[in-house]
Each structure stands twice: as C-alpha cells, then as structure tokens.
Write a protein that binds this ligand. Structure first.
Ligand code: DNO
Length: 353
C-alpha cells in the first residue's frame, strides 16, 4: 500500500511541507479547484499541480475528485457534451501520468452531516449525522448544509432537487451505466484507475436516490463494465455507517478492484445516526485493524488515506480535514501495517525453519 494524505491546494492551512513531515506518507490526494464542474481541466493546470507536489518531495497519487456534472447523473439533454469534457479531462490527467481518479455518483449532495463540531467526551469535536436533525433540513429552503462544498447557488438547488423527484434508483443505475460505457474505455487508454466513492451516508437523503451503498450494489457496479479500470474507492467510514455492512468482508471480497481506500472509524448512535471518531478500532464501532489486515492479506498495492479527523489540540480549520488527527490516523495505519508485515515475516521464517 501507499499512504497518502488529502491536500486542498494552496488555500489549505495544512501545507505540503507539513504533510511531508508525517512519517510514512508518500503521496498527495488533491484536485483542481478553480475549474467549474463539468468543464475540461486544462493540461497546464494539472502540470502545475504535479510540479508543486513533486517539488515538496511527494507524489501526486490520486485526484479526488473529478466531479460528475448533474446532467450526466440526471441523464439530461446535455449529458453527451459533459461526458466528452470528462473524457478530455481524463486524457489530460493520463498525459500527466496520474494513476487514479476518484469520483462519486450521488445526486446533488456529496457527503452529508447534521453537525460539524459535535463535542466528544475527550474534549475534541467531530462530524455527526443525526437522522432526526437531517430529516428536518430542507434543501433550498433555509438549509445551510454543514461543510458542503456548494457547487450550486441556493436558488438553483431547490430546482435541481425537484428535477430528481421523478428519477428512480433504476434510472440512476441506467445513467451510471451510460457514463461508464463512455469513460472506462478512455480511462483504459489513459492508464487511469477509476475509483467510485460510495454514497455517504449509504442511504437516501432528502428523498434523492442513492445507489452505491452495500455489497450487492458494489457487485452490480463492477459488473456494469467489467474492466479493472472500473474500480472502487472503498470508504469504510461511509459504508460502515450502516450496521448491515461488514466492512472487513467488503475489503476481502472486492480487494482486487479497490484502487483507493479511505479509512476512518465511526461510532453508531442508533438507526441512521453516527458520529465520527479517531481512527483506532477501540474508539468506534468499526474494526479498523481488521480492515487493514484484510488489505494486508490481499497484498493491496493501491493508495490509502486516513479519512476525516476530529479537531484536537485547539486546531481550527476545514472540518474533518485538520492536520493533527489525520496525522495520528496515518501513523496508526502505518503502524498496523508494519505490525502485520513483521508477523507475516516471522511466520514465514518459522515455516522455513
Ligand atoms: C468527504 C469526502 C467526499 C469525497 C467525494 C468523492 O470528505 O470523502 O467529499 O471526496 O465524495 O467523490
């Protein structure tokens, strides 16, 4: 595995030089943030990002994300134009030797939470999703969605949500299949591993369809286009918010098609409610050591990043993306990996004796 860390570009208070100082981290996960969703990412901008990251002594490992325009997800009249743009962006990324691209197919809203600074008993703060609070939110009304990177103006939002009203999950599957049929051949030519991020949380929010949420849907997604380039960002925190998902089992089952792993722990708080906690297994409801062991045993060579962190030690910054707790997460994950590789080595030596 290759340990990576997300960097939001020059405006990110967590600088590349700080990231470089986290033991074990060799790669950066980033994106071009100043091109409107749906437009082609110019090659020069990608080259500049690549140079910047390399100058800091790191690799540009994953693009997270190249966002998918709503016209594509909705199956709108303009979708072919936006798919062509997406293909051009992939070609430009391929020309810069970017190995992996993360994306998602969630209508309108990306990750959703009801609070960004929920206090934990240890005095840190964290992201929380409480069903009751989310059920009361009205997109387009007076809703300000915590932490959401708004790509739309509020007025546009209501209209957009309305346009999805008649779109069923099956329609969304059809639109995803249409998209993959066009972009996976491009990714194959560009040598890029496409890695879809599951829905976060893995259930419908605001009545909008969500389809990448469990083992059966991942199975179906992979079968839509049977190519190693059609792969996954396996986010155990997203999938693990549903107690019905066995995150260790998912890693074992799909390891061959996982290109990128997001690792974080959540504490389940009842039906469709959870908060995020520190990475170690003991801190939450997920078996993070088991997840890492499953990657280790599968011989995983892809990218891993610690996902959201809590805010600790009075750090202020982008919710979920401060430096300290994610750095602790990276160290913990690297430590587990080293432990597994040492015990693997010992077993091998014993066998050879
Ligand atoms: C949140 C992230 C998501 C993710 C996208 C991938 O912190 O995990 O925003 O980047 O869903 O397309």
């Amino acid at each position: 595995m290759q340990m990576t860390f997300r960097w939001y570009g020059e405006d990110d208070p967590v600088s590349l030089s700080y990231i470089r100082q986290i033991p074990g981290v060799t790669g950066i996960v980033s994106a071009i943030y100043d091109v409107p969703v749906g437009e082609v990412w110019p090659r020069e901008k990608i080259e500049r990002l690549l140079e910047r990251v390399q100058q800091a002594g790191l690799n540009l490992s994953v693009i997270e994300s190249v966002p998918v325009h709503e016209e594509i997800k909705k199956g709108g009249r303009e979708r072919d134009r936006y798919i062509e743009n997406y293909q051009k962006t992939l070609e430009n990324l391929g020309a810069c030797s970017i190995p992996c691209v993360c994306y998602n197919f969630m209508p309108v809203f990306d990750w959703t939470r009801s609070g960004l600074a929920h206090p934990l008993p240890d005095g840190s703060t964290t992201l929380i999703y409480e069903k009751e609070a989310v059920d009361k939110m009205k997109p387009g009304g007076d809703l300000s969605l915590p932490g959401w990177d708004a790509s739309y103006k509020k007025e546009e939002l209501q209209a957009l949500v309305e346009e999805y009203r008649n779109l069923t999950e099956e329609d969304l599957w059809g639109n995803l299949a249409y998209f993959l049929n066009k972009i996976i051949p491009t990714a194959e030519r560009a040598n890029i591993n496409m890695a879809i991020h599951p829905d976060d949380p893995p259930w419908s929010v605001f009545g909008l369809p969500r389809i990448i949420k469990d083992e059966a849907s991942i199975e179906r997604l992979l079968a839509l286009y049977d190519s190693p380039r059609n792969g996954l960002t396996l986010c155990c925190g997203s999938l693990g918010a549903d107690a019905g998902n066995d995150t260790v089992g998912l890693v074992r089952r799909f390891a061959h098609r996982i290109h990128f792993a997001h690792i974080r722990n959540v504490k389940l708080l009842g039906e469709q409610s959870f908060c995020e906690v520190a990475h170690p297994t003991a801190c939450g409801s997920l078996d993070i050591a088991g997840v890492m062991k499953a990657y280790y045993e599968a011989g995983f060579t892809g990218f891993i990043r610690p996902d959201h962190g809590r805010m600790i030690w009075d750090e202020a910054g982008r919710p979920g993306y401060g430096l300290y707790d994610r750095a602790l997460g990276a160290s913990y994950l690297c430590g587990l990996w080293e432990g597994f590789s040492r015990s693997g080595l010992q077993q091998k030596e014993k066998g050879e004796e």
